[in-house]
Every structure is written in structure tokens, then in C-alpha cells.
Design a protein around this ligand. Structure first.
Ligand SMILES: NC(=O)N[C@@H](CC(=O)O)C(=O)O
Ligand SMILES: [Zn+2]
Ligand SMILES: [Zn+2]
Length: 345
């Protein structure tokens, strides 16, 4: 199967940041995706519909001519102060497609996140009533839980109770990283799905730690052992519509990654579709790429599939050592390396 033509994909989880950085982030994703779910973890966070609409305008303003069809799908950031009125307003907006749960302190820009999930149960109830999806960064933050176990413990302590307590709530378990998360999503009631990143399919914790610490592979949830990576590849390429594409592309400047206390997040928007194609090719599952990348997420969110198509060819391309990011630089995933696929222009 080479070349392959598929319905244009969408990215169901991305960080674009703000201001001068948008020039890079927005146009990189718009090169291959028709739409993207835009994460709300700005500083300060995107808390209200008004915040989301203003942010959406800044994203649209950053689009270059060739990318002008790209649609940002906005989300709100759940805080301890989020109210049912916020949810009603979100549900009434054509541009808000989900509400994001960050346990406070779990990841980059999550300090405004949720401290006491149970006190927000009325808000989750309202989300279920208005059919507003809950998007979850699924890791506990307790200091006594090992960083490699934080996703699994989150399932038992928080995710299973949420899914059981609100049977009508649609839930996306974001950027899953473990065989435990795969099994949970596979066996859950209907209305539960997961996004999977390219980097969690391509890499494991050896890539992060063997031969020296490689900060550009540090993200949260952290890369796990290879058996978990294999479970993710199996899920992504299985054709199960509960698993779909979400890059979690998250730019941090080179200096903030190459630091004594480096930030969490990998930048993949520059070549994400090509990298996913490489994974599906390696698993002999190129015929399943379209479902994962272009059909299942749209179906879950209740949006039409894209009309346009995109063609990928098995032609090697090289990835730059760094990319401009506003006045700074970002080191992209697989910097200085090669990827086996290209998008035909
Ligand atoms: N994934 C990450 O490691 N970082 C993301 C936040 C997130 O998605 O958890 C970021 O905003 O940088
Ligand atoms: Zn996250
Ligand atoms: Zn993310």
C-alpha cells in the first residue's frame, strides 16, 4: 500500500500555546489535520466560553493562507471554581467541544486544576446532562505513588468511579500509556474512548533513559516499558473505534527542556501524521490508519468526517534539528533523524 489516500485526519488532543508561538504550532498541525481539539492549559487557563472564543480568534488569525480551512475545536479547563452555569454556557456554544480535567499538579500548567474531584460531581452531572465530553489527564498526583504507576492508580481511584457514577457522561482518557488503560477503555461502557500519541507508540522508557537522559522524550504521562508500548500499538491498529489519534504535541523551548528541571511535553505536530503512518506500516496495518486518524474521533465527538483527502507516500524525509518557535526554538520529535513517510502536496 504505497501511496495511500485517506480522509483528512483530525488531531483530538493538541497544545498550541499562545501569541507569537501560534505561528508555528497552528500551521504545523493545519498542514495535515482538518480540525484539532485545543487544550486549554494556557497561563491563565481557558476557563470560560469568552476565554475560549477569544483564544479561537487568535488561533484563526495565525493561520497562513494554505491552511485557512483548519478549524480549532475549543475546550474549557475544569477548576475547583467551575460551575454548572459554565457548563450550560459551554453546551450552548458552537465552539466548545469538551471540558478538560487536570488533577492539580499532574502536568505542565496544571496548577489551576482540580484538587477535590468529588466536590465537582454536580459539574460532571451537568456535563452528562448536556452531553459535554470530559477529557481527562489520567494520573494521580500523590507523592507516594511511583510516577510509572500514576495512570493505573488513577483508573482505580478516579476514572472507574466517574464512569460508573455518570453513566451518560462521554469520557476521553487522554494520551494513554499503559496496557491497563487499554484494557480499561476496551472493557468500559459505551461513551468511553482514548487518544494515543505518536510518541507513546514509537518509544518506550529506554529511549528516554538508556545511555543518558534525553529530555526531548520526557512527557507526561511518562514513557513506559516496551510491553505497554506494544499494547498501545495493538490498540491503535486494532480497528477498535474507541482508540483514536491525539498527538499531545506540546511545544517547550529548547532551553526549558535541556535544563536541570526540564519541562514535560514532546513537540510532534511537524510530522505527526508521517510518524503515525510509520507505526501502522511497521504493524502491517496501514489499512487501519484511516479509521484511527480520520474516522473514529469525529464519530465520537459527533462531528462529520472531513470531506477532503490526504495522500501519504513512503518517501523518506529528514527532520530538522530545531524549528523556530516565536522568537525561540523548539526541538521537534526525532530531531535530526528521518521519517519514512511524506505527505504529498
Ligand atoms: N504531555 C505533556 O507532557 N505536557 C503537556 C500537558 C499534558 O498534556 O499533560 C503540556 O502542556 O506541555
Ligand atoms: Zn495531559
Ligand atoms: Zn496534552
Amino acid at each position: 500500500m504505497n501511496p495511500i489516500t485517506i480522509t483528512q485526519p483530525d488531531d483530538w488532543h493538541i497544545h498550541l500555546r499562545d501569541e507569537e508561538v501560534l505561528q508555528r504550532t497552528v500551521n504545523d498541525v493545519a498542514r495535515w489535520a482538518g480540525r484539532a481539539i485545543i487544550m486549554p492549559n494556557l497561563i491563565p487557563p481557558v476557563r470560560t466560553v469568552a476565554d475560549a472564543l477569544a483564544y479561537r480568534d487568535r488561533i484563526l488569525d495565525a493561520l497562513v493562507e494554505e491552511s485557512s480551512g483548519f478549524q480549532p475545536l475549543m475546550t474549557l479547563y475544569l477548576t475547583d471554581a467551575t460551575s454548572t452555569v459554565d457548563i450550560e454556557e459551554a453546551a450552548a456554544s458552537a465552539h466548545v467541544h469538551g471540558v478538560k480535567l487536570y488533577p492539580a499538579g499532574a502536568t505542565t500548567n496544571s496548577s489551576a486544576g482540580v484538587n477535590d474531584l468529588e466536590s465537582l460531581y454536580p459539574v460532571l452531572e451537568s456535563m452528562a446532562k448536556h452531553d459535554m465530553p470530559l477529557l481527562v489527564h489520567g494520573e494521580v498526583t500523590s507523592s507516594d505513588i511511583d510516577i510509572f504507576d500514576r495512570e493505573k492508580v488513577f483508573i482505580d481511584r478516579h476514572l472507574q468511579p466517574i464512569v460508573d457514577t455518570f453513566p451518560g457522561l462521554r469520557v476521553v482518557f487522554e494520551h494513554i500509556t499503559t496496557a491497563d488503560a487499554v484494557a480499561f477503555v476496551r472493557e468500559a461502557r459505551s461513551g468511553v474512548a482514548a487518544t494515543i500519541t505518536a510518541h507513546h507508540l514509537l518509544y518506550n522508557r529506554n529511549d528516554l533513559l538508556v545511555g543518558g537522559i534525553r529530555p526531548h522524550y520526557f512527557c507526561l504521562p511518562i514513557l513506559k516499558r516496551s510491553s505497554h508500548q506494544a499494547a498501545l500499538c495493538e490498540a491503535a491498529t486494532s480497528g477498535n473505534p474507541r482508540f483514536f489519534l491525539g498527538t499531545d504535541s506540546a511545544p517547550h523551548t529548547q532551553a526549558s527542556k535541556e535544563s536541570a528541571c526540564g519541562c514535560a511535553g514532546c513537540y510532534s505536530a511537524h510530522a505527526a501524521l508521517e510518524l503515525y503512518a510509520e507505526v501502522f506500516d511497521a504493524c502491517n496495518a496501514l489499512d487501519r490508519l484511516e479509521g484511527f486518524a480520520s474516522h473514529f474521533g469525529a464519530d465520537f465527538y459527533g462531528l462529520p468526517r472531513n470531506d477532503r483527502t490526504i495522500t501519504l507516500e513512503r518517501i523518506e524525509q529528514s527532520i530538522p534539528e530545531s524549528l523556530s518557535l516565536g522568537g525561540d526554538v523548539v526541538v521537534p520529535l526525532r530531531a535530526g533523524g528521518r521519517v519514512q513517510w511524506q505527505i504529498r502536496s
